[in-house]
Design a protein around this ligand. Structure first.
Ligand SMILES: NC(=O)c1ccc[n+]([C@@H]2O[C@H](COP(=O)([O-])OP(=O)(O)OC[C@H]3O[C@@H](n4cnc5c(N)ncnc54)[C@H](O)[C@@H]3O)[C@@H](O)[C@H]2O)c1
Length: 276
């Protein structure tokens, strides 16, 4: 893909799924990569695959919730490559459980990783992206950042927050005339390990829910998702919907307004009983 040659791109959560596919596609397109994850085994696989195609790659263990470590990491990436052009704040986790049975710690953990991880990545890299003269921040929200579903209140809250934060940031960069583009990503169901890696509230069947996600909801490959995301980045899109499911449901939500809540709470239990 054109437009990425010579750019230094940072990808969090690059040891699996969408992050791994983004890193590989960016590498193929000529970018230099700073990849990170808490999962060092997955990260090592991404690193090996990038090295095998001759990509200049720096791989580090990083927990996106650890703000001081993230700052040190950003400084290290800048020192290593001399500049930073793009950050893909991709690392994320899932949790299922109705509000009534979710613990505060469950909700806080999702906000810590899925929202604060994105805020940390944005803030620590922003000065370097401005300095580069050609920056881009790509924040991964979700289709669940466009509408809410029962059992996903914590994840919905984090992903709506990412969307709000990122959409404001894009306008701020334009107003300040900073050379930093900003894109929010809303994937539909992508064939990754996210559901298998997820946690659930007490009493729910994690394995059954993960299996239902893998079989019924995950439709798009991470490789295709990465191509769609990078095409949107190249075109400086404000928002990218990934997958036919994301596009269709976005339209339904826009047509029905708040009416989707009545519709989904009636229809969803019939479509995906194990999720409830
Ligand atoms: N798969 C989907 O259907 C889907 C849909 C919408 C949005 N998303 C979002 O896409 C992003 C990528 O998810 P994925 O589907 O590739 O899942 P995945 O589980 O395959 O990959 C996520 C990666 O993030 C890493 N990670 C988790 N917590 C971390 C932390 N605290 N610090 C650093 N790394 C951490 C994991 O180790 C893993 O390698 C997430 O933000 C997710 O919410 C996924």
């Amino acid at each position: 893909m054109q437009g990425f040659a010579g750019k230094v791109a940072v990808v969090t959560g690059a040891g699996s799924g969408i992050g791994q596919a983004l890193a590989i596609e960016l590498g193929r397109s000529g970018a230099k990569l700073a990849i990170s994850d808490i999962d060092t085994e997955g990260l090592a696989i991404t690193e090996q695959r990038l090295k095998a195609i001759g990509v200049d790659v720096k791989a580090d263990r990083l927990n996106v919730t650890e703000r001081e470590a993230f700052q040190a990491y950003a400084d290290g990436v800048k020192a290593h490559f001399g500049k930073v052009n793009q950050i893909y704040n991709n690392a994320g986790i899932a949790f299922s459980g109705d509000v009534e049975i979710s613990q505060y710690k469950d909700i806080e953990r999702i906000m810590d990783v899925d929202f604060w991880g994105v805020v940390n990545g944005t803030k620590v890299f922003l000065p370097y992206l401005i300095e580069s003269g050609d920056g881009h921040i790509v924040n991964v929200s979700s289709l669940f950042g466009i509408f809410s579903v029962p059992g996903q209140a914590a994840y919905n809250a984090a992903k709506f927050a990412v969307r709000g934060f990122t959409e404001a940031l894009r306008q701020e960069m334009i107003l300040a005339k900073h050379p930093v583009k900003v894109t929010t990503v809303h994937p539909g169901g992508i064939k990754t390990a996210i559901a298998r890696n997820s946690t659930v509230a007490e009493g729910l069947d994690q394995a059954a829910m993960a299996s239902a996600f893998d079989k019924k909801l995950a439709r798009t490959t991470p490789e295709r998702a990465a191509q769609i995301i990078l095409e949107a980045v190249r075109k400086n899109k404000a928002r990218v919907l990934v997958g036919a499911d994301a596009k269709i449901l976005d339209v339904i939500v826009r047509i029905t307004g708040s009416g989707y809540q009545q519709l989904f709470s009636t229809v969803l239990p019939k479509l995906a009983p194990p999720m409830r």
